[in-house]
Design a protein around this ligand. Structure first.
Ligand code: B3K
Ligand code: ZN
Length: 854
């Protein structure tokens, strides 16, 4: 496959200021007529090239005249037309079959609906068009369809007309006044009902809001609606951004390749990020819904009004929008817990990516298939870059920078460089060296050593950015480190927090008036996305976990203590669980801490996070060490866990931060009680399972049972299945709970589940629920005999024939082979090779698998 390179960017040869689309919709035979006003860009004689993917023109007209087949040609699926003048009107007609579209890109069918997904390059599967984000057009869309099957017809922008047609058909027309790239085009046709509401913007305009779902799902849409209105108000208050159309619609669909899509005025969502009620959605689901609704809404400015010039700039809209949705969520509840969650995601998904064969800069330099670059690096590390700028600038100057960015580039297709320059000009800061964050892949490592002499403390800092594919040598980055010292005896801070900008390979920071032995609190709030190595003792970490005034740093100290303990015990070192147990006890019994924070802080790091701290990952040894520590924590603190469990029981369902925190702690406590080996643990879990009035408690109990050997396990799984077998989103949880089980037989169970009548490769959520979740289960996936790898490869190969994009997302876990011992590495490579050797492989999977082998 050809490689696309960032530095090869050229402006488009032709612009398309206006486009009219006319759809005659049918699930098997949809006719698409497109009328493009094209305008030559500059002085050149190159033909008009319209991207196409799997399309055959039924007819091609230029300026009203039908061309015979000598007037156009197809080249790699694209339509090429030689045009004499500076502007013309080009009309094409194609037929497509949404029902046959298993890739879920372009126009496709989902549960009787017709819907679209165009980002990044799906529009070319609908009609011939210059399908690149720097071609912005005004869209008029007319749709007609059977009135009974498709009573509701939606598209971008505002509705401008509708009417009846003979033969039981009807039509509707929508017009979007804002020029937009083709990836933001959308339409939906189906039998839908709406949860309707309205929002009055800061300048007093009333916007009609609609969340469209199947009739039975209507009662599950209130939470998403609340989140939408909160998001609209938040963007006005925090960024001065107002909504700009008269209507804003959201549609939920069951079959979707990722979370949701920010199409102008018509967001289309994976139903799992819309539908919620206490009986079927967990607190984590509620939070994810609010976060994704906010994210897609915020794209209206960071993405739609200002879009990307080319796909290498993807982080311009995604990194910024993730940062915006993270800030929104932090403002709605506990900012500390939100930060902990975000860092956990970064470490679980992005750090391993940055350390492996698929590592790439936040602004990549090349790709074979752009769909493979919707990554944790572009999204989550990209958000960290924005956050660092915000930390360096402070709120007010950051806002000046963002205001300038929106003002300068409204209506344009911009670059990451444009964003950085707006921050420099608006925020009055020099970001010359900071730009390396966009260029260099790899997670920087910082070594921090504190020494104390008399009343002076010196912090010695060293940074190092590891080599990554194509980037053997790295330059020093700018790392904004929030640092503070605490006195060991007084347990009080020694001076204010300092923002240290580490921008050289080595640097020494001096602290005066340090009158007692200082303990180092560094990278507070995770102010820079790096790995920090210190020589802090277990005692110092325990001290910080109890006394640091930055909640993130407190959590971090506890995590470090736990990781150090686990790594030492895997290495066969001294096995002393004491400091962890005491630190957990202190946190658990500290009445000043909120329950949600406590629940996060007392959780052991995941097995894969422990693995990330080892030279060679030994999944079985890590599992044993972690289970041993869990057992000791459960046993030694049994009284405290039971007290926490009792204190959080029987709060009737309420969706408030306090109630959520209580539920979270309850299930964590239940897990530890079970880990202690207590005889009544399964009974306790089963009672919680049966008595729960909400999914959080029910699933928490089910997870505990699913990890165990009790006979109640099968009983609970069966009851859960019977109760929810008709609810796809809840059935996904049933698959996931079994796929992440810590039991010895999980590989067999997962392989059996892949043959279950309710398993299907056609639905991406179901695939992720089983195969995707399984890859997170380090010990089961890395079963020594390689069956986990073979199962995953089988799934990838089978799925690739239907849905390459979703198949390609399953490849990276196999690419971590370098981190494992020879035996496992060989088995992982063998599966990657088998994938690469498969005839007819998609570009998506080929890119991921071949790069993973290198
Ligand atoms: N912009 C879309 C992602 C599209 C992914 C295409 N492979 C959703 C989002 O980030 O908001
Ligand atoms: Zn996004």
């Amino acid at each position: 496959p050809t490689v696309v390179r960032r530095l090869d960017y050229r402006p488009p040869d032709w612009f398309v200021p206006e486009i009219s689309l006319d759809f005659s919709l049918d699930s098997l035979k949809t006719t698409v007529r497109a009328k493009l006003e094209v305008r030559r860009n500059g002085n050149h004689d190159r033909p008009l090239r319209l991207d196409g993917d799997g399309l055959t023109p039924e007819s091609v007209m230029v300026d009203g005249t039908l061309l015979d087949s000598s007037g156009w040609r197809l080249e790699d699926g694209d339509l090429i037309i030689e045009l004499p003048g500076a502007s013309h009107v080009v009309e094409t007609e194609v037929r497509i079959a949404p029902e046959m579209n298993t890739q879920l890109m372009g126009l496709y069918a989902s549960g009787g609906l017709l819907c679209t997904q165009c980002e990044a390059e799906g529009f070319r599967r609908i009609t011939f068009f210059p399908d690149r984000p720097d071609v912005l057009s005004r869209y008029s869309v007319r749709m007609e369809a059977d009135k009974t099957r498709y009573p509701v017809l939606l598209a971008n922008g505002d509705p401008v007309g509708a009417g009846e047609l003979p033969d039981g058909r009807q039509w509707a027309e929508w017009h979007d006044p804002f020029p937009k790239p083709s990836y933001l085009f959308a339409l939906v046709a189906g039998d839908l009902v709406a949860n309707r509401d309205s929002f009055t913007t800061m300048s007093g305009r009333k916007v009609d809001l609609g969340i469209w779902v199947r009739k039975a799902d209507l009662p599950k849409t209130d939470h998403a609606m609340t989140a939408l209105k909160l998001s609209m108000a938040w963007d006005e208050n925090s960024y001065g951004r107002e909504y700009d159309l008269d209507v804003f619609n959201i549609v939920a669909v069951a079959d979707f390749n990722f979370g949701a899509m920010e199409n102008k005025g018509l967001n289309i969502f994976n139903s799992r990020y819309i539908l919620a009620d206490p009986d079927t959605a967990t607190d984590a689901d509620y939070d994810a819904i609010a976060g994704v609704v906010a994210h897609e809404y915020f794209h209206n400015w960071s993405g739609n009004r200002v879009t990307c010039r080319d796909w290498f700039q993807l982080s311009l809209k995604e990194g910024f929008t993730v940062f915006r949705d993270q800030s929104f969520t932090a403002d709605q509840g506990s900012a500390a817990v939100k930060r902990i969650e975000d860092v956990r995601v970064l470490r679980a998904a992005q750090f391993p990516e940055d350390a492996g064969p698929l590592a790439h800069p936040v602004r990549p330099d090349s790709y074979m298939e752009i769909s493979n670059f919707y990554t944790a690096t572009v999204y989550n590390k990209g958000a960290e870059l924005i956050r660092m700028m915000a930390v360096m600038l402070g709120g007010e100057r950051f806002r000046k920078g963002s205001d300038l960015y929106f003002e300068r580039h409204d209506g344009e297709a911009a670059t990451c460089e444009d964003f950085v320059r707006a921050m420099e000009d608006g925020g009055e800061i020099d970001l010359a060296q900071f730009r390396r964050w966009y260029e260099q892949a790899g997670t920087p490592r910082v070594r921090a050593t504190l020494s104390h002499n008399g009343t002076t403390a010196k912090l010695h800092l060293e940074q190092n950015v590891p080599p990554t594919p194509g980037q053997p040598d790295k330059l020093p980055m700018v790392l904004p480190l929030r640092v503070r010292l605490f006195g060991e005896n007084s347990a009080a801070p020694l001076g204010d927090e300092r923002l240290v900008l580490l921008d050289a390979a080595e640097q020494v920071v001096t602290f005066e008036n340090v009158v007692e032995r200082p303990v180092l609190s560094i990278n507070r709030g995770f102010s820079t996305p790096v790995v920090v190595e210190t020589d802090r003792s277990a005692a110092d970490l325990a001290f910080l976990s109890a006394h640091d005034d930055d909640p993130f740093a407190r959590y971090e100290a506890m995590q470090q203590l736990m990781v150090d303990t686990l790594v030492a015990s895997v290495a066969g070192g001294k096995l002393d669980h004491g400091p962890v147990i005491e630190a957990v006890r202190n946190t658990l019994t500290d009445p000043a801490l909120d329950k949600a924070f406590v629940a996060e802080a007392v959780l052991l790091p995941s097995e894969s996070f422990v693995g990330d701290h080892m030279l060679v990952v030994d999944p079985d040894a890590i599992h044993r060490a972690r289970e041993a520590l869990r057992h000791d924590l459960g046993l030694m603190l049994e009284r405290e866990w039971r007290a926490a469990y009792a204190a959080t029981q029987a709060n009737r369902f309420e969706y408030s931060p306090e109630a959520k925190g209580a539920r979270r702690l309850r299930t964590v406590a239940l897990g530890y009680i079970a880990a202690s080996g207590a005889d009544d643990a399964s009974e306790l879990a089963f009672t919680q399972f049966e008595g729960a009035d909400n999914m959080t408690d029910r699933q928490g109990a089910l997870t505990t049972l699913a990890n165990g050997e009790s006979t109640l396990r099968a009983k609970a799984l069966e009851a859960f299945y019977e109760r929810y077998r008709d609810n796809a989103l809840v059935l996904d949880k049933w698959f996931t709970t079994q796929a992440i089980s810590t039991r010895d037989d999980t590989v067999d169970q997962v392989i059996a589940l892949s043959k279950h009548a309710d398993f299907t490769l056609a639905n991406p959520n179901r695939v992720r629920a089983l195969a995707g979740a399984f890859t997170v289960n380090q010990r089961a996936f890395h079963a020594a005999d390689g069956r986990g790898y073979a199962y995953l490869a089988d799934t990838i190969i089978a799925l690739d024939k239907l849905n390459p994009q979703t198949a390609a997302k399953l490849v990276p876990p196999l690419g971590r082979w370098r981190r494992f011992g020879e035996d496992r590495a060989a088995r992982m490579r063998a599966q990657l090779q088998r994938i690469v050797d498969t005839p007819g492989l998609s570009r998506d999977v080929f890119e991921q698998a071949s790069k993973s082998l290198a």
